[in-house]
Ligand binder design. Structure first.
Ligand code: NAD
Ligand code: UDP
Length: 340
């Protein structure tokens, strides 16, 4: 069992008072794309933040700009191993998320999601923390209804190349709800639909980062298959906003709740938009489609609207323009981390 000694002035259970209005928040996977934005926003709100990460798909560079903040702490740890950290709120974002990342080590991916959920829930059970799970639209698999509502049980191939991630996330949801029913753990499960923005790795293999980097280099834009498959793309700031609202909602609000932008685009249209935004000379080429690649994905967000008063407000072109600016800086070597 990994027991974390909190940094000075950090932990209420150590007897050190936490100033009023300040919460201690643990973010598993806090050095990743989404986790780093979450850490930043939590710090901006005055909370103390522990970023727990094994740096497998995340990067120290994502949180370097936060390390000068005395309310921020990094703990290098793998969620597959038990841990015991005092926090009143936990976000479990630790899992590879890009298909090439999670398919590189499928057994590790499945175990990260299952054991990571168990260890996170055990930690919450001991401390009484609220625990928020980053689940995914992948629990719907290749959906045969659209838009996807939370009541839809999905169409997942358990033995296909995406099964390690999809079934890992589905098992994690089961664990969250069973810990809630059995032990009364205060849970919240958010199902994230494709989210993009600054701090995605240029080489992470997801469609938005791939197309932007390819377009900025005037390289071929690689559409897998005919490009008629659809996704609904949410800008990172909107998504983090949804999770912050969810975490502050009452204990009866446990989800699952879809969090995503319902505006649906074909992958071909995304390629054209990115090529236009970047004034790129890239050609569009077609490569074989990955196994079990979902044909369609679009969230029904009426539950998030009703229970959280949330809806995304950043449209695709605005979000892509910001993201292109970020990657432009990364490729030019001039991207600087923001100071919080
Ligand atoms: P990411 O790969 O950038 O971040 C994941 C972070 O988790 C990384 O910092 C990584 O090092 C860390 N991590 C992975 N395995 C770990 C382990 N065993 N122990 C400790 N840390 C570990 O991906 P992301 O896009 O930021 O996704 C974050 C979370 O959101 C994931 O759980 C993912 O499944 C979920 N999600 C993301 C999206 C999306 O579109 N970005 C969609 C659905 C769900
Ligand atoms: N995709 C593509 N070209 C790429 C990367 C991805 O056409 O260079 C497609 C992929 O086949 C899928 C969609 O874009 O249909 C979204 O892929 P991503 O990996 O971003 O996310 P996910 O499949 O998990 O939704």
């Amino acid at each position: 069992m990994r027991s974390i000694v909190p940094s000075e002035g950090y932990c209420e259970a150590s007897g050190i008072a936490v100033p009023q209005g300040e919460r201690s928040v643990l973010v598993n996977g806090g050095a990743g794309f989404l986790g780093s934005h979450l850490c930043e926003r939590l710090l901006q709100r005055g909370h103390k933040v522990i970023c727990l990460d094994n740096f497998s798909t995340g990067r120290r560079a994502n949180v370097d700009h936060l390390t000068s903040n005395t309310r921020f702490q990094i703990v290098e740890h793998d969620v597959r191993q038990p841990f015991d950290i005092q926090a009143s709120l936990i976000f479990n974002f630790a899992s590879p998320a890009s298909p090439p990342d999670y398919q590189r080590d499928p057994v590790g991916t499945l175990l990260t999601n299952v054991l990571g959920a168990v260890n996170t829930l055990d930690c919450a059970r001991k401390t009484g923390a609220i625990v928020v799970q980053s689940s995914t639209s992948e629990v719907y698999g290749d959906p045969n209804q659209s838009p996807q509502r939370e009541s839809y049980c999905g169409n997942v191939n358990p033995i296909g190349p995406r099964g390690c991630y999809d079934e890992g996330k589905r098992s994690a949801e089961t664990l969250f709800f069973d810990y809630h029913r059995t032990y009364g753990v205060d849970i919240k499960v958010g199902r994230i639909f494709n989210t993009y923005g600054p701090r995605m790795r240029p080489d992470d293999g997801r469609v938005v980062s791939n197309f932007i980097v390819q377009a900025l280099r005037n390289a071929d834009l690689t559409i897998y298959g005919d490009g008629e498959q659809t996704r609904s793309f949410c800008y990172v700031d909107d998504l983090v906003d949804g999770f912050l609202r969810f975490s502050a909602a009452g204990s009866a609000c446990i989800g699952p709740i879809n969090l995503g932008n319902p505006a649906e685009f074909t992958v071909r249209r995304l390629a054209e938009i990115i090529r236009d935004l970047t004034n790129s000379r890239s050609r569009i080429v077609h490569l074989p489609r990955g196994g079990d690649d979902p044909r369609q994905r679009r969230p029904d967000i009426s539950r998030a609207a009703a229970e959280l008063g949330w809806q995304p407000c950043i449209g695709l072109e605005t979000g892509l323009t910001r993201t292109v600016g970020y990657f432009d800086g990364v490729l030019a070597g001039t991207q600087k981390a923001e100071v919080v």
